[in-house]
Every structure is written in C-alpha cells, then in structure tokens.
Design a protein around this ligand. Structure first.
Ligand code: G3P
Ligand code: MG
Length: 384
C-alpha cells in the first residue's frame, strides 16, 4: 500500500511539475521475458471513458498504448486486450477502428466486447430464428459468430404491418427507407415469420419505444407476435451497464437502463416476471475469458511458452492482470470479484470523477488517466 501511496504522490508531482516519470530500470520487456522466461503480467483496457469518449482518444491513450509495442518493429511487446461492454460491430471491424483512432495495430483477438460471449450460444440456436437488437450491425455480428438464421429487429419488425404505431412519426426511419439505405426495412405484408427462438440485445437500442414494443410482443407470445400468450423465449443482454461515459459531459443511459425499462413494462403486462441473462463485466466469467485470451496472446508472442503452459496445466501464467476502468460498479467490481491475479485501476476520465477512491467498490489504485495507469504498471513491472 505504501508503494501505491508513493506512486499517487509521484504521479501527482509528475503531472504538476511536468518532470520525467521515475523509471526504476531500463530493462525492456523482451529482455525481461525472453523466449524461455514467461511474461508475468497482462493488461485489460476498458474503452468508453478510459481510452475513448465517443470516438475521441482521451487521457493520453495513443501515447500510453504505443508504449506497449516495440519501438522500432511496432510489434506487440506487452500482452493487452480491450475489454469493453460496448459493441454493435464485429470484433475485426472494431480492431480496425481502434487501430485507426489510436495509431496502433490492434488484432481482432485483442477485442473482447459485451456480446463476444454470445458465440458460446451458437450450438443452441445455430439454425433457429433469433433476433438481434441494437445500434450498428447486430445481425452481422451474430452471423459472424455462426448464427445461421438471424434477423435484426429492424428487419424483423418490417414483416409486421403496424407493429409500431409510432413508426410514421419517426423521421429517421422514413428517411432511410426513402434513401433506400435499408431496403430490407420496407414492410413485407406477405411474409409470415417463423417463431423467434431467442432475442439477443447486442448493443444499445436505438429506438426504445419500437424495441420495447416488439420485444414484449415476441417474449409474451412464445416468439409469434399477435398470437396468444405462451412461454417466454430466452432473452440475452450483452451487458447491464446502467450508465456509461460518452461525449456528453454527464453519463448516458446504457443497456442496463434499457433492460430496466423493458423489464418494468413486461412485468406490468405479463403474468410471469421477465427472465433474462446478462453478459459483460462485472461477470467473473468475462475476466476468466480475458485471462484465457491474454494467455493465448502470450503463447503466440512467445511460442516456447506453450511447453510451459502444458506443463502447469495452463494456469497461473500471470502474476498480475491489470484492469483499467472508469466505472466502479462495473470494471472495478468485476476485477475485485474475479480476485487473484486481477489488480484494478480506476481512472477519473469517465463515469468516476471523485477525488478519493470509490466508497462501495474501491479500486487497488486510483489515477487521473490511462496514461498514468500505464506509467504505474510499466514502472512496477520494470519495463522501460
Ligand atoms: O455502451 C458502452 C458502454 O456500456 C460501456 O463501454 O468500454 O466502458 O465497457 P465500456
Ligand atoms: Mg467505461
């Protein structure tokens, strides 16, 4: 704890005085972790409120991330992943976007989004009709995972005349149809849709009123809107964040807020309470999966380690895994629950804006920015 306190002091004085940050050693990661020596730490970066706000880099993130690559070759030096509850686009596309915004080369395998665990449900629903809700390309995300019969809620709704009585007032929808941007959104009266076997909330709902209406229709009727009440099909949320930090100065309502709205309404109009499963942070399984992904990343960077991994059953590769997040009740709570080897670092660039540590979910360390967090980690791990 003394070390943490002195780091806080050092970090503060560095920021105030603009003096170079103290680095206790000049050994590089590659020297420290040669092919025969196993890397002892990894980093998971939250995105919204830590690395980006909207699509603007924050907290010195481009410079901080650049330090995790070999200066000359530009290849990855320190194993890290992005661990976000956001999404709505394929991991490969998100990797390209992040690479462009941050000026680094992010691999698709380094991107873990809220909906990434949906992949595990492919075997259950592979050929069944499922609907995908949210901003971006929710159906493309699900198809990419292997779901063979998936419709976005935009397209699914278009099969039903008048399912959304407010549609005519939604100027953005009519504009898109007019422009033929989303041809498949035009109503198809002759279609007789199959039963929906599951609904997946992939990313933030764009049109809450339409989505809540259609989801209530689907979920109350066993997946056949307009029919009699029947058993609720499974409902999955990619995450349950009540709020998150975007470009606006105060936090924005997230998927958890949408879940509360849907659940409250559903429970008022249906005899049985809404059943659902939420993925994403702070679920311990997300941190376990991040650990596995980081382990794979290390073994691809250091192929000789595969032998070591097998020898110890693949466990305990990392002495420390750092979670850098801005949301105490999501990022920090999750890292605390996950326990060893997770070490939580809370930044002040997003949801958390307090002076001291968070009272309910205190982090192992509180810093101003992601750059401070990376400085701390590299110093502690003796990486220049
Ligand atoms: O919609 C995004 C938000 O819920 C959280 O994203 O990167 O802070 O986990 P992130
Ligand atoms: Mg965040």
């Amino acid at each position: 704890m003394n070390f943490l306190r002195s780091f806080a002091k050092a970090s503060k004085s560095r920021i105030n005085n603009r003096t170079p940050f103290l680095l206790v050693t000049s050994r590089s990661f590659s020297q420290l972790h040669s092919q025969s020596e196993r890397p002892s730490f990894g980093i998971a970066f939250d995105i919204d409120g830590v690395v980006l706000r909207g699509s603007a880099p924050i907290g010195g993130s481009p410079l901080a991330l650049k330090r995790l690559y070999h200066e000359c070759a530009g290849t990855l030096k320190i194993p890290f992943v992005f661990l976000t509850n956001g999404g709505g686009i394929r991991e490969s596309k998100r990797a390209s976007e992040l690479s462009m915004l941050l000026g680094i080369n992010v691999l698709p395998s380094q991107v873990i989004q809220g909906h990434s665990p949906f992949k595990r449900l492919v075997s259950r629903f592979e050929n069944e009709l499922v609907i995908a809700v949210g901003k971006g390309e929710p159906a493309a995300v699900m198809s990419d995972y292997g779901f063979k019969n998936v419709l976005s809620i935009d397209e699914y709704s278009s099969y039903f005349d008048n399912i959304d009585p407010l549609a005519q007032y939604k100027k953005w929808t009519s504009k898109e149809v007019e422009n033929n941007t989303f041809k498949e959104m035009a109503p198809r009266n002759d279609a007789s849709p199959q039963r929906v076997h599951a609904a997946f909330i992939v990313s933030d709902s764009v049109d809450w009123s339409r989505d809540i209406q259609v989801l209530c229709d689907v979920l109350r009727t066993g997946g056949l809107p307009g029919r009699e009440i029947a058993h609720q099909p499974p409902l999955y949320f990619a995450s349950d964040d009540l709020e998150y930090q975007a470009l606006f100065p105060s936090e924005r309502l997230g998927m958890g807020a949408f879940r509360i709205a849907l659940e409250s309404i559903f429970n008022r109009i249906h005899p049985n309470a809404l059943e659902y499963t939420s993925f994403g942070k702070p679920n311990p399984s997300v941190y376990k999966n991040a650990e596995t992904v980081l382990m794979r990343l290390v073994t691809s960077l250091y192929p000789n380690l595969q032998v070591l991994n097998l020898a110890n059953g693949g466990d305990n590769i990392f002495k420390t895994l750092y979670m850098i997040g801005d949301n105490p009740s999501v990022d920090i709570k999750g890292a605390r629950q996950a326990g060893h080897p997770w070490f939580s670092i809370l930044t002040r660039t997003g949801v958390f804006k307090g002076k001291e540590n968070h009272a309910e979910y205190p982090a192992d360390l509180v810093v101003d920015t992601v750059q401070d967090a990376v400085n701390y980690i590299l110093t502690k791990e003796h990486v220049s």
